[in-house]
Design a protein around this ligand. Structure first.
Ligand code: F6P
Length: 543
C-alpha cells in the first residue's frame, strides 16, 4: 500500500522528509483537478438530475448535502484513496484507543472517551480513566441538581478563555431554550476589565457563583479575572471569606486550592482533553447547570452517535470524512483560502467563533508532525462566519462577487425553537436561496450585476437544535478537523503558535513595572514601533 511513513509509536522521528504531495493519490488528484476545472457546479446538476441523491448523507436527524460542490463521484473516490494512503483509519483508531497521537506534548487525545457511555475500561498511564470520568460526571450531576433545586445562585459567571470559554459559551447560547429561566449564565473571558466589571455591575453578587474554568489554572487572562472577581466580591459583600461563591474546573488542583477553592469544589479534567475539545468535560459545568444534567448527557449522546458513525461508516459514506475531504479538495486543489461557517439560527450565534478556534488552532500549522517545514501545500483555511441572515447584509457581497472564492457551510434546523408568524420559512428560504445563488450565478449586460456562480457550499440540516443534534453537529466538525490534520500530516492537538505572544506580553508587563512579572527576562530588542506604543501606555497608565 502506498503510505506516508507511519508514526513510530515511541519515538516520533524528526526527520521524515516525505511530503504528501509525493503520494500517487495526491498526484492523481492534481491531474483530476485539471479535468474538473473545465466543469461548473450547475453543469454537474444538469448532467445528473438526481445529483442530490448521490451527494448527500444522513445520520439520524442530521443531513449533509454536498451536492453543491464542484466534485464528481470520481473526485470523492480519489479523495478517499488519499485518505487511505494517509492511514486515516489507523490514526482514527489510535485516537479512540488512547495512543499518544499528540506527539509534541506526548499526550493521548481522548475527548471522545467523555461521550462514550459504553466504554468499560481504558487505560492511560496504567490508570483506568473510565471510573474517573464517571466519578466526575456524578459530581457534576449532584452539584448541578443542587444548584438548580436550591436557587441559592441565580447567576453563574464562567471565567475562562479560549477552549475554556468559547465552547461552553456557544453551547449555553445554542441551548438557551432548554435552560433554567431562573439561572442566568454569563461568560467573562477578556482581560479587558470592562468585560468583568460590566458583567458584575448588573447582577446580584449575593446570588452569584463563579466557575473558574482553566485546564492549567495559569492562563494570565483567567487568573487576572478570577483574582479581580474575588476582590470585587469581597468588597461588595463586605467579607473576606467568599469561598462559597467559587468552584473550579481544572487539571491543576493545587493551584485552584491555593486560590482558595476547596477540593470538594474542584471538578477535575485531564491532560488527554485538549482545551478546544473540553466542553464535554467539567469545563462545561456552566451550561450543564443551566440546561440540567440530563440535557448535558443528551449532548454527549449526540456526539457519541457521530463518533460511532465516524468509526464505523465506510469512508465514502462517512459524514466527517466527506466534510474533511471536501475541505481538502477546496483548499489544496481548488486553491480556496477560507471557509465560511454560516448558521441560519440565532441560537448558533457563537458557533463561528468556536469553529475558528477548533479549526485554526488545530490545523493552522506549517510543520509536519515530524517537525519538517511544509513548503508545497496549504493547511488549515481561514475560518470566518456569522449568523444568517445578518451575514448576507455584511460580507456576502464578497462571497458572491469577490475575487476570492469562499466556500461556505450553511447550517440550519428544520424546527424553530421560538416560532413567530412565518419567520422560520423566511429564514430557511434565505439560506437555501443563498446556496442556489452562489451556485447558479447570473449573466448580465451590466458587469456590476454579473455573478460568476459555481461557488461551492455544503448545507447541513438538523431536525431540531436540541442537545442531541447539537452534540452531533459539534462532534462532526471536531472529527472533520481531525481528518484534515491527518491528511496534512500535522499534529492537530498542540498550539505552540499561541506561546510567543504570551511570552512577549509578560516581558512588556515587566518593562511596565508590574511586580508580578519582575522575574521575566528582558525583551530581546525593542523596535521603534513597539517602543513608541509602550511609551503611550506608560504615559497614560503608569506615570
Ligand atoms: O489559547 C491557547 C490556549 O492554550 C487554548 O488552547 C486553551 O483553550 C486556552 O488557552 C485556555 O487555557 P486554559 O484552559 O489552560 O486556561
Amino acid at each position: 500500500m502506498e503510505n506516508i511513513k507511519p508514526m513510530p509509536k515511541d519515538e516520533p522521528s524528526q526527520d521524515d522528509p516525505s511530503s504528501i504531495t509525493q503520494l500517487d493519490s495526491w498526484k492523481d488528484l492534481v491531474d483530476h483537478h485539471k479535468e474538473m476545472s473545465c466543469t461548473t457546479i450547475p453543469s454537474l446538476f444538469k448532467n445528473d438530475p438526481k445529483r442530490f441523491d448521490n451527494f448527500h448523507q444522513k445520520l439520524e436527524g442530521l443531513t449533509l448535502d454536498y451536492s453543491k460542490q464542484r466534485v464528481s463521484k470520481d473526485t470523492i473516490e480519489k479523495l478517499c484513496t488519499l485518505a487511505k494512503a494517509s492511514d486515516l483509519e489507523s490514526w482514527r483508531d489510535q485516537m479512540f484507543n488512547g495512543d499518544r497521537i499528540n506527539t509534541t506534548e506526548n499526550r493521548a487525545v481522548l475527548h471522545t472517551a467523555l461521550r462514550n457511555k459504553d466504554l468499560e475500561t481504558l487505560e492511560v498511564d496504567s490508570v483506568d480513566i473510565v471510573p474517573e470520568i464517571r466519578g466526575t460526571f456524578e459530581k457534576m450531576k449532584s452539584f448541578t441538581d443542587s444548584v438548580r433545586a436550591e436557587k441559592k445562585y441565580t447567576h453563574i459567571v464562567n471565567i475562562g478563555i479560549g477552549g475554556s470559554d468559547l465552547g461552553p459559551h456557544m453551547v449555553a447560547e445554542a441551548l438557551k431554550p432548554f435552560s433554567d429561566a431562573e439561572i442566568t449564565v454569563h461568560y467573562v473571558s477578556n482581560v479587558d476589565s470592562s468585560h468583568l466589571v460590566e458583567t458584575l455591575e448588573n447582577i446580584d453578587l449575593n446570588k452569584t457563583l463563579f466557575i473558574i474554568t482553566s485546564k492549567t489554572f495559569t492562563t494570565q487572562e483567567t487568573m487576572c479575572n478570577a483574582r479581580s472577581a474575588k476582590e470585587l466580591l469581597q468588597k461588595a459583600l463586605g467579607k473576606d471569606d467568599v469561598g462559597e461563591h467559587f468552584v473550579a474546573a481544572t487539571q491543576n488542583v493545587e493551584a485552584a486550592q491555593k486560590f482558595g477553592i476547596s477540593e470538594d469544589k474542584i471538578f477535575p479534567i485531564w491532560d488527554w482533553v485538549g482545551g478546544r475539545y473540553s466542553l464535554w468535560s467539567a469545563i462545561g459545568l456552566s451550561f450543564c447547570i443551566s440546561i440540567g444534567f440530563d440535557n448535558f448527557q443528551k449532548l454527549l449522546d449526540g456526539a457519541y452517535a457521530m463518533d460511532k458513525h465516524f468509526r464505523e461508516a465506510p469512508l465514502e459514506k462517512n459524514i466527517p470524512v466527506l466534510l474533511g475531504l471536501i475541505g481538502i479538495w477546496n483548499r489544496n486543489f481548488e486553491g480556496f483560502e477560507a471557509l465560511g461557517i454560516i448558521p441560519y439560527d440565532q441560537y448558533l450565534y457563537f458557533l463561528p467563533s468556536h469553529m475558528q478556534q477548533l479549526d485554526m488552532e488545530s490545523n493552522g500549522k506549517s510543520v509536519t508532525r515530524y517537525g519538517v517545514p511544509i513548503t508545497d501545500y496549504e493547511t488549515g483555511p481561514i475560518i470566518l462566519g456569522q449568523t444568517g441572515t445578518d451575514a448576507q447584509h455584511a460580507f456576502f457581497q464578497s462571497v458572491h462577487q469577490g475575487t476570492d472564492i469562499i466556500p461556505c457551510d450553511f447550517i440550519f434546523a428544520l424546527k424553530c425553537q421560538k416560532p413567530a408568524r412565518g419567520h422560520h420559512y423566511k429564514l430557511l428560504a434565505n439560506a437555501i436561496a443563498q446556496t442556489k445563488a452562489l451556485m447558479d450565478g447570473q449573466e448580465n449586460q451590466n458587469p456590476h450585476k454579473i455573478f460568476s456562480g459555481s461557488r461551492p457550499t455544503n448545507t447541513i440540516v438538523v431536525d431540531e437544535l436540541d442537545p442531541y443534534h447539537l452534540g452531533m453537529l459539534i462532534a462532526m466538525y471536531e472529527q472533520k478537523v481531525f481528518v484534515q490534520g491527518i491528511i496534512w500530516n500535522i499534529n492537530s492537538f498542540d498550539q505552540h503558535g499561541v506561546e510567543l505572544g504570551k511570552v512577549l506580553a509578560k516581558q512588556i508587563l515587566r518593562d511596565f513595572g508590574d511586580k508580578d512579572f519582575a522575574n521575566e527576562k528582558d525583551a530581546t530588542e525593542i523596535d521603534s514601533s513597539t517602543a513608541a506604543l509602550m511609551d503611550m501606555v506608560v504615559k497614560t497608565h503608569l506615570r
